[in-house]
Design a protein around this ligand. Sequence first.
Ligand code: ADP
Length: 444
Amino acid sequence: MPKCGESETRDAIGAASDAWGAWRAKTAAERGSLIAGLAGLMRRDTDRLAELMTLEQGKPLAEARGEIAYALSFLDWSAEEAKRVYGDVVPASAPDKRILALRQPVGVTAIITPWNFPSAMITRKLGPALAAGCTAVVKPAEDTPLSAIAIGELAVEAGFPPGVINIVTGDPRAIGGAMLDDERVRKISFTGSTPVGRLLMEQASKHLLRLSLELGGHAPFIVFEDADMDRAVESAVACKFRNAGQTCICANRFYVHESVHDRFVERFGAAMEGLKVGNGMGEGVNIGPLINDAGIEKVEEHVADAVSKGAKVVRGGRRASVEGCVDRFFQPTLITGMTPDMRVATDETFGPVAPVAAFSSEEEVVRLANDSEYGLAAYFFTDNASRVMRVSETLEYGIVGVNDGGPSTAQAPFGGVKHSGLGREGGKYAMDEYTELKYVSWRL
Ligand code: ADP
């Protein structure tokens, strides 16, 4: 991979800026058709792209295939949505006046993405940006540049004009710095950690850039006494162990009503027995390696910290060795007796560790759930309809899964509150992030 820095980033911004005029002048149908074309090529090449992703990122091949389908769904959706970027005609206060509110593309968009979803985090931003009429400079994570370049190659094959999509791999600080220092860039869309998001927000003040930030999370997963236990357990496994727990909306802390706590722990532990740790290319593997040494060390520290503060390891708790592979696998881990002073209860573990605590009342658990600097996703399981509405409204989170551990989908608004970020991605809402309203006051 090329190690690009400041000057290559400026070149890419120059190309995006030069290409912008012609790109925004295309009809929405023309832009949509190119975006749909790219989705089609990703669909055609799903196996190849998924293999590449597993080889560079480690997630099991079935999950990588799922991610390619998810990634291209954002392009499919955006291709359609390009045609629905409506403005308004507002009734005026004088008979000889007309008021128009036009929605126009913001301009050159800088996109910075993480390694945990190497394709989908790019298309979730690129799709609506292109659909709205923006051009883009993409900086993928340094751990997963290959999946990004593969999308770039397919964009060339799809016939995108040069300069509309630019990909810059290399030094994050130099590239990010150049993006934010350049007045030709009008918008930045970032998915990653809260500290880097905060830094970008500070740097964005120079040119008063528009920002979309999808940052860290610390999702509570609540099981009420009236929950459907089968559904809760199945969702807990999927929500916790997808991508080896390295997702910003995965369940981080489990709160289970005291009357069903032991039953849930037993069932959850039994379901975890079926999870196979191994090389992501292997048959039937559910949990691959963690992304890097710092990633696995953090997981170990979290478990050790919890144990030192009185938690009990019910299952797992250590590294797993996989023959012929790097030493970066962690056993699916279940711990009970979580207390608020433990790191697992407040920091993102980003690994396959499920800490559980018992609670006794709805009021108590909602307070515990909201006691976090983050506010991305929260989950709860209940069959009580009034509770569904009451708790959904009280949780201070951008995304709430009710009896559902997998809420992500292209047409829904995805994003957080508090330290989890600003703005929404997905669906019609994403178009707001890449368009500016222009008011035209017209005297006849
Ligand atoms: P994670 O902890 O998930 O790796 P990061 O926030 O460090 O999250 O990384 C997410 C993305 O932000 C990556 O593409 C990374 O290269 C990029 N990044 C990290 N530091 C900076 C920075 N100072 N400026 C711009 N981008 C950065």
